[in-house]
Design a protein around this ligand. Structure first.
Ligand code: NDP
Length: 302
């Protein structure tokens, strides 16, 4: 009986954080100021508060300066705009993250989340969500990439490096994805769409699926790489998944019993010869580590 090989995102994220911390130490040793991340948190969304706390904690570990601007859920459109504009102009702020989702009262037919994201200066847009930076991702010439897709690519490269835990993060080579077939389930602006372009730019042959796709269980057949980012538990099981496939599960779903699970029917893979990320402990830690990496890249760009 075979077992799946677990791709340990917590371990890889720790390696990446170490690499980022070394870069910041080097910057600070030259008597320069540390890179700074500003996070805007609007309202009382409990999950968002936890994410923001985790980001603050990781920033501290990397010696990155971080500031969280907390705005009440009834903040006006103008106040939020003003906050973003001020941070755009603040010389000491290198990276701005607007924590999503925004409260419903801020959203209207004319002003959705994309509108507020578009106000962030592209040079400080740490998650690559402005149209300008999305265009740069589109043509493969961006200096930074969205945090979650970047973390997914790191996990894929790590797997193709035989999950060699002895090498440093910076020594992990970009895998040659020419001739590899990849399936991405989910087409959001945050994850699926940018990831499809990033894999395409790395010469993989990419298939995209979404909620209107029929027969997903058939589509997984013969794919070398499968990434799921839907928020839909038990999306598919191990049936038809080829031996040796790499499965990256971005989804985070809270079951009624409080358990966190991904999109994949993880149990069904327990006798499968494949590489798979766990939830939690897979993509999540890599997203935060990539955020820290992007803060330092934006600092250096400026
Ligand atoms: P969105 O809701 O923006 O997008 C979900 C995508 O999944 C859509 O394209 C949707 O299709 C597709 N989808 C939904 N249900 C199905 C289904 N049954 N079959 C096939 N496709 C389906 O979500 P996000 O991309 O922002 O996030 C996706 C998941 O990843 C969530 O669980 C989120 O919590 C998690 N996440 C995790 C991160 C991490 O760091 N681990 C970071 C970001 C997100 P359609 O377009 O047709 O509606």
């Amino acid at each position: 009986m075979t077992n799946p090989t677990i791709i340990d995102g917590t371990f890889l994220a720790m390696k990446k954080i170490e690499a980022v911390r070394e870069q910041v130490e080097k910057i600070c040793s030259q008597s320069l100021r540390a890179p700074k991340l500003a996070v805007i948190l609007v309202g009382d969304n409990e999950a968002s508060k936890i994410y923001v706390r985790n980001k603050e904690k990781k920033a501290k570990e990397c010696f990155i300066d971080s500031e969280t601007i907390i705005l009440p859920s009834d903040v006006s459109k103008e106040e939020l705009e003003e906050t973003i504009f001020k941070l755009n102009l603040d010389e000491k702020v290198d990276a701005i993250l607007l924590q999503l989702p925004l409260p419903q009262n801020l959203i209207s037919d004319s002003f959705d989340e994309k509108y507020f994201l578009s106000l962030i200066s592209p040079s400080k847009d740490v998650d690559c969500l402005t149209s300008f930076n999305q265009g740069m991702v589109f043509n493969g010439s961006s200096s930074i990439y969205p945090c979650t897709p970047q973390g997914v690519l790191n996990l894929i490269d790590f797997t193709y490096s035989d999950l060699d835990t002895s090498i440093s993060f910076d020594s992990i080579k970009s895998a040659n994805l020419a001739g590899k077939s990849a399936l991405i389930v989910g087409r959001s602006l945050l994850v699926g769409k940018p990831l499809s372009l990033m894999l395409l730019n790395r010469n993989a042959t990419v298939t995209m699926a979404h909620s209107k796709t029929q027969n997903l269980q058939d589509l997984v057949k013969d794919k070398d790489i499968i990434v799921t980012a839907t928020g839909y538990p038990k999306l598919f099981n191990s049936q038809n998944v080829k031996d040796g496939a790499i499965l990256i599960d971005v989804g985070i779903n809270k079951l009624e019993n409080g358990k966190l699970v991904g999109d994949l029917d993880f149990e069904s893979f327990k006798n499968k010869d494949c590489y798979i990320t766990p939830v939690p402990g897979g993509v999540g830690p890599m997203t935060i580590a990539s955020l820290m990496e992007n803060v330092v890249k934006l600092y250096k760009n400026r």
